[in-house]
Design a protein around this ligand. Structure first.
Ligand SMILES: Nc1ncnc2c1ncn2[C@@H]1O[C@H](COP(=O)(O)OP(=O)(O)OP(=O)(O)O)[C@@H](O)[C@H]1O
Ligand SMILES: [Mg+2]
Length: 370
């Protein structure tokens, strides 16, 4: 492993020593592993340390390059980022990729929680393409929609109960458990990455909201209505594709292409037209998928989308917010997950900058505090 890459890849600062009730959020992304350590004090989440380590160099690739890590390498990188950040918490909440999970909306007769528990075991079979005995399932009730009648009485619109059904294969959970345990941590919670992200970036939202995670390899989208998750979807197109395309078309290596992508982005300056021509179609491809997902849901359920929150490393693409505003004509907000935690004021600029890519890790650590 090239040590200089290793050093460049780490962004961390430990500003506190071990506390008994500290927890870690661990986000094992395809281009980098991110961790965040929080402590609960007087009902407030205090940021203790955070850090990110690129995965590429662990498989002979470059910083920013997505890597398929085997379990051993994954444990190694987690242990390394823990050591480099000075994180001392042992308890950790771990993110599970959305692509390894099933998230779907299910309609059931209005049953009690007890009845539902039993019924869902059977019902889940209809929705999940692998045997129910091989998955961990969970669900949440959607709030009932109440509608006023002509005589002013309020009645429940639903004769059925809407539920959000979530399933993760047991072997996926077991695999993550092994990786994290071998890294010297004690996993206390597993959570689908998009749910963690929502915890760290959404506050009170009453209208239809879409949250998009622009990762290196996958793009993940979630729709919320009245603050409740309604649907999630991921597809295998990400921001690494732009670096690869730039590297090919400009004849430069991956690292140079990555730097160009980050520095130039969607700049419309005349001298950047060549770069824009390469990046724009790939950005558009991803945004068309986002639009299809958002509009499809919006039409089906009559929920207008008021704003889109963007997160993941790709959310920092230069000029992206303006570009999306023009495309969607609604408010586009860059995630600021560290706004949910306390930290020394002088960290604000850097935390604001790296916030989008730490949204999952912050959300996981917040989950771990509960
Ligand atoms: N300023 C920037 N401009 C453009 N792209 C950026 C910028 N900063 C980071 N990226 C891109 O974001 C991607 C990394 O994002 P992130 O850390 O969210 O991915 P990941 O979690 O490792 O991947 P995934 O979620 O797909 O598994 C990389 O492709 C990187 O090049
Ligand atoms: Mg990610």
């Amino acid at each position: 492993m090239d040590i200089s890459f290793f050093k460049n890849a780490i962004q961390s600062h430990g500003f506190s020593l071990l506390r008994k009730n500290s927890v870690l959020g661990v986000d094992i992304g395809s281009a980098s592993v991110k961790i965040v350590q929080l402590r609960l004090e007087n009902e407030k989440a205090i940021l203790e340390t955070y850090g990110e380590l690129a995965t590429g160099p662990y498989t002979g690739g470059k910083v920013g390059q997505a890597a398929k890590l085997n379990d051993k390498k994954a444990s190694e990188i987690i242990a390394d980022v823990v050591r480099e950040t000075g994180a001392q918490a042992k308890h950790a909440a771990i993110g599970i990729p959305l692509r390894n999970s099933f998230v779907t909306m299910v309609e059931m007769p209005p049953l009690s929680d007890e009845e539902l528990k039993e019924a869902m075991q059977y019902e889940a079979r209809r929705y999940i393409p692998i045997p129910v005995s091989e998955v961990v399932i969970d669900w949440w009730r959607m709030p009932e929609e109440k509608q006023p009648r002509a005589d002013g009485q309020v009645f429940s619109k639903n004769v059925t109960a809407k539920l959000l059904l979530v399933a993760v294969p047991k072997d996926v959970v077991e695999k993550y458990k092994r990786i994290v345990t071998d890294a010297g941590l004690e996993p206390t919670a597993f959570e689908i990455e998009t749910f963690s992200m929502i915890r760290s970036i959404i506050s009170r939202e009453h209208s239809g909201v879409v949250v998009v995670d622009f990762g290196a390899v996958t793009t993940k989208m979630t729709i919320l209505d009245k603050g409740i998750i309604r649907a999630s979807h991921s597809f295998d197109k990400g921001f690494q594709d732009m670096t690869i395309a730039l590297s090919q078309s400009l004849g430069v290596d991956f690292e140079r292409a990555e730097t160009i992508k980050r520095e130039v982005g969607l700049s419309s300056k005349p001298e950047h037209q060549g770069i824009l021509k390469v990046i724009t179609p790939l950005v558009d491809y991803i945004l068309i998928e986002v639009e299809r997902f958002a509009m499809g849901y919006s039409r089906k359920y009559g929920v207008p989308i008021a704003k889109i929150y963007i997160a993941g490393g790709g959310a920092s693409l230069n000029g992206f917010v303006d570009y999306m505003v023009k495309k969607f004509g609604i408010e586009i907000l860059v995630a600021n997950p560290f706004s949910k935690v306390e930290y020394p004021a002088f960290f604000q600029p850097v935390l604001r900058e790296i916030g989008p890519s730490f949204a999952v890790a912050v959300g996981l650590a917040l989950r771990g505090l509960k």
